[in-house]
Unconditional design. Structure first.
Length: 183
C-alpha cells in the first residue's frame, strides 16, 4: 500500500512540475460584482483626478501601486514608463509643476472613458477602455477619440489600483498622430 501511495504522489508531483515548466499560468481568479464596480470607479477617479489636478496631482498618482507605471504610446511605439508617486503627480500636472500651465485643464478638456471591458487574471484583472476627450482647443462641444488604454489592475489594502496603464494615443498635444497599420 505504501509503495502505491508513494507512486501516485510522485506522479502527481511530476505532472504539476511539468505543467509549471511548460509555462502554464495560474487560473484567473474570480471577480465579484463589487470588484467590477470598484475597478470601474478606479477608472472614473482617474478621469476626475487628471481633469482637475486634485490634491496637486497626488490623487492621480495614488491610483497606482507604489511600483505602478503609466506608459504613453504614440504611433505604436511605447515611451519610457513613468513610475513613482512624484513623477506620476507631475505628468498629471501637479507635483513640482503645481497644477499651473496644464494645457488640458486650461482648455477645459474632460476625459470620458467608454466601452470598458474587465477580464479576471491570476493576479488581479486586466482591462481595455476607449478614451474620448471633450473640449479640445477650448471648444466645449468638440469630442475627439484619443485611442485606448490597456490596464493591469491589482487589489491592494487601499483597494484596486493600476499596476500598469498603457495609453495607445491618437493625439499628441491635441494633434492627431497616425496609428500603425493593423495586421
Amino acid at each position: 500500500m505504501w509503495n502505491r501511495t508513494a507512486s501516485v504522489a510522485c506522479v502527481v508531483v511530476c505532472l504539476a512540475v511539468s505543467a509549471g515548466a511548460r509555462g502554464q499560468s495560474a487560473a484567473p481568479r474570480e471577480l465579484t460584482a463589487l470588484d467590477y464596480l470598484e475597478i470601474q470607479q478606479l477608472v472614473a477617479r482617474y478621469a476626475r483626478a487628471i481633469d482637475t489636478c486634485s490634491n496637486n496631482g497626488y490623487d492621480y498618482a495614488d491610483l497606482f501601486t507604489p511600483d505602478g507605471a503609466f506608459v504613453p504610446s504614440f504611433e505604436g511605439k511605447p515611451l519610457p514608463a513613468i513610475q513613482g508617486r512624484e513623477r506620476l503627480a507631475e505628468i498629471s500636472g501637479g507635483g513640482a509643476r503645481g497644477c499651473k500651465n496644464v494645457p488640458w485643464i486650461e482648455q477645459g478638456v474632460r476625459h470620458i472613458y467608454t466601452n470598458h471591458v474587465v477580464t479576471p487574471t491570476a493576479d488581479g484583472a486586466s482591462g481595455v477602455v476607449d478614451m474620448l476627450m471633450i473640449g479640445l482647443g477650448g471648444d466645449p462641444n468638440k469630442i475627439e477619440y484619443d485611442g485606448y488604454y490597456e490596464d493591469s489592475y491589482v487589489r491592494t489594502p487601499q483597494g484596486w489600483r493600476f499596476k500598469q496603464r498603457v495609453h495607445h494615443a491618437l493625439l499628441r498635444e491635441g494633434q492627431r498622430v497616425t496609428p500603425p497599420p493593423r495586421d
